[in-house]
Design a binder for this molecule. Structure first.
Ligand code: ADP
Length: 308
């Protein structure tokens, strides 16, 4: 079966000479919920804009639902819905008209339009005839999602769907994205919130400086994180940080608690504890923490991703 999106050596050098994409090869499997992560300037928007037909690539190939964007641009476009980051609308149209207009642009015949059904889905049916400029930020975001779906595309890309929204709306958007995915749509989302990618995506690719630095299922990506923390409580007060062989870092949290960072590929928690005992410390309590996506991200790109 062909991929939902397939990129092969995709390149973009902007007019000024900036190499935004430096040979991206990537496959988004059909039916997946795919996370595209990367620090600011990594090339995510450029990639999305090429697929959406808004930016011309300067090298490589791209396919959406098996349609090459050069050879079958109409079919490629018809297969893709993009939910942009900016809340831009024509202020003089109502929510209903906004969707009707978009359907017209995509050549969806009147009898096949689902305008009210879509508005209901994003819980905006009671706002159908309100001007889009009068909608709240959250409502505008939901209208943008509906707008990306008017032509019923099998692949939907959401660019930072929850950037700057409050927790309640984020939960609602997550629920909606899950519903979309459960109904069979392939979903790609870019996000700054690692927690969001961890929570929603079954596969994650990390882009840095226009290149793919990681591409795997979420579980194995998390397993790539080598560092692990163990926090121990000891029976007696300690004044100075003990030297423990073979660990990355030891920090004194308070007089009886230590935070120890170690590389789980070279040493195990049991050995760390044994070394503590050998240093004369009597351990009374232990908790461990696995590295999360944020740690993996930092390790791979050297850049922390803000938010999350
Ligand atoms: P992201 O979406 O991951 O933040 P972008 O695709 O927006 O990254 O940008 C990738 C790189 O390309 C950045 O260095 C950015 O400054 C540059 N860039 C983006 N758009 C243009 C443009 N129209 N002209 C020149 N450079 C651009």
């Amino acid at each position: 079966m062909t991929a939902a999106i397939r990129l092969e050596g995709l390149e973009k050098v902007y007019a000024g000479g900036k190499r935004a994409l430096d040979g991206i090869s990537l496959e988004v499997p059909r039916g997946s919920m795919f996370g595209l992560l990367g620090p600011n300037g990594a090339g995510k928007s450029t990639l999305i804009n090429i697929l959406a037909g808004l930016v011309m690539k300067t090298g490589g190939t791209a396919e959406v639902w098996g349609f090459d964007i050069d050879r079958h641009p109409r079919n490629a476009k018809a297969s893709l819905g993009v939910v942009p980051q900016e809340l831009l609308f024509d202020a003089f149209f109502t929510a209903f008209e906004t969707l009707e207009l978009q359907a017209g642009l995509f050549g969806v015949p009147k009898e096949r339009r689902r305008t009210m059904e879509l508005l209901k889905k994003v819980r905006l049916d009671d706002k159908a005839h309100a001007y889009s400029r009068t909608l709240s930020g959250g409502m505008k975001r939901r209208l943008l999602i509906a707008k990306a779906l008017v032509h019923n595309p099998p692949v939907v890309i959401l660019d930072e769907p929850t950037a700057g929204v409050d927790i309640e709306l984020r939960q609602m958007l997550w629920a909606y994205v899950r519903e979309l995915h459960a109904a069979g749509t392939t979903v790609v989302l870019t996000t700054h919130y690692l927690e969001e990618a961890e929570e929603l995506c079954d596969r994650i690719a990390i882009v840095n400086h226009g290149r793919i630095v990681a591409d795997s299922d979420t579980k194995s990506l998390l397993a790539q994180a080598r560092e692990k923390w163990v926090q121990v409580t000891v029976a007696d007060d300690i004044a100075t940080v003990p030297a423990i062989e073979g660990v990355t870092r030891v920090e004194l949290l308070d007089s009886r608690r230590l935070d120890i960072l170690y590389d789980k590929q070279t040493v195990q928690a049991g050995a760390v504890l044994a070394r503590l005992q050998a240093a004369g410390l009597s351990v009374v309590d232990v908790t461990t923490r696995e590295a999360d996506l944020e740690d993996v991200f930092l390790e791979l790109t050297g850049t922390p991703l803000n938010g999350g």
